[in-house]
Design a protein around this ligand. Structure first.
Ligand code: NCD
Ligand code: ZN
Ligand code: ZN
Length: 425
């Protein structure tokens, strides 16, 4: 195993120092380190962050390997600075049994680029009718702790209650895609001025807010853990703020795209901007940013949703919702938050690792800590070229945009997965 001596790096924004990475851990931290035989990396001007952790990734394997595989998604993640991702259950077949979650977990191990933690489905086939084998998935080799029907809402309140009760036994979490389906029938975009102007059926904010309000009450009643996926409205932030103030065990995520892009993008009719929940208004964005800073929203999660060309390059109404996120998330966070390294580390690494219970992740580089970390060049700017992405899909909403920040290197347990901005394997 090669040792790496990282010279002159700023650890989470602190004064420059050196890091010695050896035998899978950060062996030493301090100025003027030397180490015979170590590969020296000049990290002048670079910032070291704990490896990023994504609580919400769609890897599409099994079933849609043309859009993404565990391996291609893992490579995209590593290039984005991630060392761990949680893989959503809406694959084909659905990850609703011990067999499927173990398959995804094993594929992640074989790829060896990030730790892939499968999320299990809440209901059989995501159909919302009966609970999947939550206990068997929890007891499997994949040790599933987060369950989600993401892509669909667990709309039945009784089923949601039973799911929350069931996972309480092993301190599991239900991650809800909050969308009251009766309020979003035929919806194509955010319901508001722009949808009226374009004549497209709207997806009202209340469809999200009503489910979050219900679910925080259910979680409070049961005393169980709820996680809210891709929060997108100012009203949702207020519901979460009140719930947290009462001590409800709820955590919430926001995506990079909901922090940056508005519903005005739909006026292009380019389906790359079609996503669930839909892009909202500038006022929503302002509320989401403030909530991310004050902690009402706990984390940034990508909702990386790769789609094949035929599912995206078609008429808006027929296009699948979703956009890529892994390779651009850190850049969007930098753009939105500025070089607030401690906040970025908190929202993109430490807190998601803690929520998901991922051991060895989300820890700042320090002596003895597993070397799961990423090196960022904050001064670099890059033009996003879809064809250059490692994802098998091309549906990035940031095509040809110039974004700040570049991932220079990523280490997983002391082994580089990215060096000099390129994937190592
Ligand atoms: N976000 C999306 O628009 N799409 C996701 C599903 C989801 O996250 O709801 C997908 O699987 O493509
Ligand atoms: Zn969703
Ligand atoms: Zn999703």
């Amino acid at each position: 195993m090669t040792a790496y001596l990282v010279k002159g790096v700023s650890v989470v924004g602190a004064a420059p120092t050196d890091l010695l990475i050896r035998d899978g851990v950060v062996a030493e931290v301090g100025a003027g380190l030397t180490a015979a035989g170590a590969t020296v990396l000049d990290a002048t001007g670079l910032v070291a962050l704990p490896g990023l952790v994504d609580l919400h990734t769609h890897l599409r394997e099994p079933g849609r390997e043309d859009a993404e595989t565990v391996e291609s998604g893992s490579r995209a993640a590593a290039l984005g600075g991630y060392t761990a991702v949680c893989a959503m259950a809406n694959t084909s077949p659905v990850a609703d049994t011990a067999g499927v979650v173990e398959q995804v977990w094993r594929l992640g191990r074989e790829a060896g680029l990030v730790d892939v933690q499968p999320i299990g489905a809440v209901t059989v086939g995501l159909a919302g009718e009966r609970l999947a084998e939550l206990g068997a998935m929890a007891d499997s080799a994949a040790r599933v702790r987060i369950f989600s029907d993401d892509g669909h809402c667990v709309a039945d309140p009784k089923l949601m209650r039973r799911a929350l009760e069931y996972v309480k036994a092993f301190d599991g979490i239900i991650a809800q895609h909050a969308e009251e389906p009766r309020l979003t029938e035929g919806a194509q975009m955010h319901e508001g001025e722009v949808s009226t102007r374009l004549g497209l059926t709207g997806w009202p904010a209340v469809a999200e807010e009503a489910i979050i309000a219900r679910d925080v009450l259910l979680a409070e009643h049961v005393g169980s853990r709820l996680h809210v996926c891709h929060v997108s409205t100012a009203g949702s932030v207020e519901v979460l703020r009140q719930a947290k103030a009462r001590g409800v065990r709820v955590t919430a995520e926001v995506t990079p795209h909901h922090l940056l892009l508005t519903d005005e993008r739909a006026a292009t009719y380019d389906p790359v901007y079609k996503v669930n929940p839909p892009l909202r208004t500038a006022a929503d964005i302002a509320a989401l940013r403030a909530a991310l800073v004050d902690g009402v929203i706990d984390i940034v999660a990508t909702d990386h949703a790769p789609h094949a060309v035929e599912d995206k390059e078609c008429e808006w109404a027929y296009a699948r919702p979703g956009m890529l996120g892994l390779e651009t998330a850190l850049s969007i966070a930098l753009d939105v938050l500025g070089p607030e390294w401690d906040l970025i580390a908190e929202r993109m690494s430490r807190t998601p690792a803690r929520i998901a219970g991922l051991e060895g992740h989300g820890l700042d580089p320090a002596p003895g800590v597993p070397a799961n970390l990423t090196l960022v060049d904050p001064a670099a700017r890059r033009v996003i070229e879809p064809a250059e992405l490692a994802s098998r899909s091309r549906n990035t909403p940031y095509a040809r945009m110039t974004l700040p920040g570049r991932i220079v290197a990523t280490f997983l347990r002391g082994e580089p997965t990215v060096l000099d901005g390129k994937a190592v394997k």
